[in-house]
Design a protein around this ligand. Structure first.
Ligand code: HEM
Ligand code: HEM
Ligand SMILES: [Fe+2]
Length: 446
């Protein structure tokens, strides 16, 4: 038996799709600017484009996580959400704040703190929206018949993500102190509590898609939570190397952040072990591909490409260059974007009754976007290595070096085009499902 209130997840997933397309548009604006064609400079200068690109990313991922929670929590708790009208209100508040924030970037209403550009006034609205969201989720859990480990890990991830938004809202006059606390949000999100969200969604999908016992899957989940906190909290030190804090951070950051890939390796091994053990008879292979794909690509993008520049003697040269963009793209894609795609691919056929998985379009979506993303990562990597060499070894000025590496951005544009074709296939497949219905939800089991 399914729960009718799960349908509200659809709105969050649809918002994710729309904002993702918009994010990609801004990615192309920047890629062309890097290649020497900054034609939109007067209307959308690079700083506006980059803030918009990154904030749209964060908003569509959060929207995807919220949709995932509204889908997963009723099923795990075995009851309806406590209030669908409030969940819809929360949805509209999120969408409106997101759109106002992004529009504001275009008229200079922003704070120049990477990833936290949203003005403080809007931050307060974000807080109200998130409190409403958490209220709905936690009251549902407490009134539910079951309190499973999977849902608790997901819910705790969401709760701590909200809590860690607050250090970014405090006002500091000192640049180093501001930077110190900015990382409590940015780093402790992606290398801490968002990993719990990822782990929770991953466990839910593996339980459904492989048929392996919940007890076994949830035991693994504890191991992953343990590894995440053990390495990720002090791993924050890899952002403190050269920002004006005491020198011991070099050692702490180097050692603990070098351990961080273990959590991602754990997730990849976990996903494949469960797949091999499972019965393999779930029909939705598309959802399985995205689930296993996320486990591999997150290890590659976050784990391997993270460790590639996390040691102080390397980071001294690569800090803040296109090497960071190389890692940022594949890490966000593998861990969070693909995990959102996995839960959407799993939930949409069940909510709408349309079994649009295992189609040619859904395969193109998976392969083109992933091959495109590998190409994009490679283009950023080659551009980044050249930038480090020219700017920091040879001593060219920033702009001279940027002009010398323009050619790499044509490779970026070509790969990003492949990537985008894949995404378009995905988004078309999403909207072809149509709207969710009560009949479909109640009839479809698993
Ligand atoms: C899914 C997980 C991850 C995501 C989404 C992610 C994403 C990012 C992003 C977007 C940045 C740029 C931040 C900024 O400049 O404001 C960054 C920086 C960095 N990340 Fe990650 N990351 C992840 C995991 C990791 C892991 C596991 C490691 C280490 C093993 C790592 C090492 C680094 C380092 C050293 C930097 C600083 C780069 C610099 O100095 O410019 N990351 N990451
Ligand atoms: C067609 C697709 C895309 C293109 C052409 C593109 C291009 C770019 C460019 C040119 C930058 C600026 C690099 C710089 O600092 O100079 C950038 C930044 C960034 N993009 Fe994308 N992007 C695309 C899609 C995505 C996707 C799907 C994600 C996440 C899953 C993403 C995540 C990021 C992040 C995290 C940054 C900041 C990197 C950093 O901290 O250095 N982008 N993108
Ligand atoms: Fe970090």
């Amino acid at each position: 038996m399914k729960y009718k209130s799960q349908k509200v997840a659809y709105w969050f997933f649809a918002l994710s799709m729309v904002l993702l397309i918009l994010q990609i548009v801004y990615g192309f604006i920047m890629a062309f600017a890097h290649a020497g064609y900054d034609g939109l400079h007067e209307i959308i200068p690079f700083n506006t484009a980059t803030a918009t690109h990154k904030n749209l990313l964060v908003v569509w991922l959060l929207s995807g996580f919220m949709g995932a929670a509204y889908y997963i929590i009723p099923e795990e708790s075995q009851r309806e959400l406590v209030s669908v009208p409030l969940a819809k209100l929360q949805f509209w508040a999120l969408a409106i704040v997101g759109v106002v924030a992004v529009a504001g970037f275009h008229v200079g209403w922003w704070e120049g703190r990477k990833f936290l550009e949203i003005p403080r006034f809007l931050d307060y609205l974000v807080v109200v929206d998130i409190l409403l969201f958490l209220g709905i989720i936690f009251v549902t859990i407490f009134k539910g018949k079951e309190k499973t480990t999977t849902e608790m890990v997901l819910a705790m991830g969401l709760f701590f993500a909200a809590l860690l938004y607050l250090p970014g809202m405090i006002w500091f006059d000192n640049q180093s102190v501001d930077s110190f606390f900015r990382w409590w949000v940015v780093h402790l999100w992606v290398e801490g509590v968002w990993e719990l969200i990822m782990g929770g969604i991953l466990a839910f999908l593996l339980i459904k898609l492989t048929g392996v016992d919940r007890e076994l899957i949830e035991k693994w989940l504890y191991v992953i939570v343990g590894l995440t906190f053990l390495s990720g909290i002090l791993g924050t030190g890899h952002h403190y190397y050269y920002i004006g804090v005491p020198e011991y951070w070099l050692m702490i950051g180097g050692i603990f952040s070098a351990l961080e890939p273990l959590a991602f390796l754990g997730m990849a091994l976990f996903a494949f072990a469960m797949y091999r053990k499972g019965e393999k008879n779930h029909p939705n292979k598309t959802a399985l591909y995205w689930t296993l794909g996320a486990a591999i690509m997150s290890f590659a993008g976050a784990g391997l490409l993270g460790i590639a520049h996390t040691i102080p003697s390397v980071n001294m040269w690569t800090h803040g260059t296109l090497i960071t963009a190389m890692h940022g793209h594949m890490a966000f894609w593998g861990a969070y974007a693909m995990m959102v795609f996995a839960i959407i691919s799993y939930a949409m056929p069940l909510m709408t009754g349309r079994k649009l998985y295992n189609t040619a379009g859904s395969s193109y979506a998976f392969w083109l976007s992933n091959i495109g993303m590998i190409g994009m990562t490679t283009a950023f990597a080659t551009a980044g290595v050249a930038q480090v060499y020219l700017e920091r070894k040879v001593g060219m000025s920033f702009m001279e070096a940027q002009m010398a590496i323009e050619v790499h951005f044509w490779v970026l544009i070509a790969s990003a085009t492949l990537f985008t074709i894949g995404i378009i296939y995905y988004v078309i497949n999403f909207f072809q499902h149509g709207m969710p219905t009560d009949e479909a939800l109640v009839e479809n089991i698993d």
